[in-house]
Design a protein around this ligand. Structure first.
Ligand SMILES: Cc1ncc(COP(=O)(O)O)c(C=O)c1O
Length: 402
């Protein structure tokens, strides 16, 4: 059974980190995986997380299963308050249900399982480009996937007309995945006007939006970053949202996320939840509790919540300062990564910059300078520091022949 196996291809992103770890070059720089790094190159635990863990350690009385397996009301309500705003009807109005999942990937997979089980004919439409794992997750759930145009890499702009034209041709009942903010890998987000046009088109075509929301707080702010999805929820009767707290709480290895579904009525939402609970039961049965306890403790305590908002702001500010330093350093090294110069780097949102570097240039960066970038040219800006920016800029100058 096992003898005949070939090696599986390495994961487009995680495979690079494995290669990075075994690279002996002392100057190596990892700009591949989407993990926040501080100015010293570390990924520290947030202070609000440490404080909440102390409280949890004192007060928790059991490690029994999470009941129901879709998560505690404290956690699921806190998730909806973050998505919709704390006083919104959808927070506890019954039309929106939430299931606690292991990370954002778990939320995407449960959404895929649910869609495959109950709407087996539906195709999932992804932006071109998108996060390298999206297609794999939905295909593993048995779904068909396809793509809609999103971005023009030569001019670094969203091709919104082409996107809308394509959406107008998608058969009713299909599902369209949108990135809530900090589009991965391009860092280019829709304006609020564009969100409205996209939502109206989805509604008119009777398509279901599935919003992947992995970076709330990394673009402009916690509330501001939810503005696009709030427009979609106003206009479209049915919406699916996948939240991740890996980045904005720094809880990468705790695996904490959520799948929220907005239905037309609370009776329908209750039925949806019952099927989602079945999908969970037959997959991992029960979610990991610790990360969700941290999130609900922080969000349920005024002081810790305030501290969290500040800590997210610090991460966001560092990324934005680094974007500016990187763009300046490239310009000083004589590199122009687009025909409009390097200003686009400072205009993108979130951790990533879609650099426009070709596959060959990315390969040369890795082989000659041990600078690790994802094959599509996506750079994790948070992996840059004042210390490594000159080295990386010079390496890029060499591979692009500036
Ligand atoms: C767009 C997008 N969606 C989902 C995820 C999954 O996050 P998690 O680690 O919580 O599974 C990521 C992580 O990199 C992401 O970039």
């Amino acid at each position: 059974m096992f003898d005949i196996l070939e090696m599986a291809p390495p994961d487009a992103i995680l495979g690079l980190t494995e290669a990075f770890k075994s690279d002996s070059n002392p100057d190596k720089v990892n700009l591949s995986v989407g993990v926040y790094k501080d100015a010293a190159g570390g990924t520290p635990i947030l202070e609000c997380v440490k404080a909440s863990e102390r409280q949890i350690l004192e007060s928790e009385e059991s490690k029994t299963y999470v009941n129901p397996n879709s998560g505690t009301p404290q956690y699921t309500q806190a998730v909806r308050a973050l998505l919709f705003g704390k006083d919104h009807d959808l927070v506890d109005g019954g039309r929106a249900i939430t299931a606690h999942t292991p990370g954002g990937t778990g939320a995407l997979r449960v959404a895929g399982d649910y869609l495959h089980l109950l709407h087996g004919g539906a195709t999932l439409w992804l932006s071109n480009p998108t996060w390298a794992n999206h297609a794999g997750v939905f295909k593993a759930a048995g779904m068909q996937t396809n793509t809609y145009p999103y971005f023009d890499a030569t001019s670094n702009v969203i091709t919104v007309e082409k996107m809308i034209d394509k959406i107008k041709t998608i058969p009713s009942g299909d599902v369209v995945l949108l990135h809530g903010c900090c589009h991965n890998p391009t860092g280019a987000d829709l304006t609020l006007q564009q969100w409205t046009t996209v939502a109206e088109t989805l509604k008119a075509r009777q398509l279901v939006p599935l919003i992947d929301f992995a970076y709330q707080g990394f673009a402009v702010g916690i509330e501001e970053d939810a503005a696009g999805l709030r427009i979609v929820c106003e206009l479209c009767p049915e919406v699916m949202i996948c939240s991740s707290f890996s980045k904005n709480f720094g809880l990468y290895n705790e695996r904490v996320g959520a799948l929220t579904v907005v239905a037309e009525s609370s009776a329908t939402a209750a039925k949806v939840l019952s099927h989602i609970k079945r999908c969970i039961r037959t997959n991992y049965s029960n979610p990991p509790a610790h990360g969700s306890a941290i999130v609900s403790t922080v969000l349920g305590d005024c002081q810790l919540r305030q501290q969290w908002i500040q800590e997210v702001e610090q991460m966001r500010n560092r990324i934005n300062t680094t974007r500016q330093q990187f763009a300046d350093s490239l310009t000083n090294a004589g590199v122009n990564l687009s025909n409009q110069g390097n200003a686009f780097i400072t205009e993108q949102n979130g951790m990533f910059s879609f650099s426009g570097l070709s596959k060959d240039q990315v390969g040369a960066l890795r082989e000659r300078y041990a600078v690790y970038v994802v094959g599509d040219g996506r750079i994790n800006v948070a992996g840059l520091t004042e210390a490594n920016i000159p080295f990386v800029s010079n390496a890029i100058a060499q591979v692009v022949g500036a």
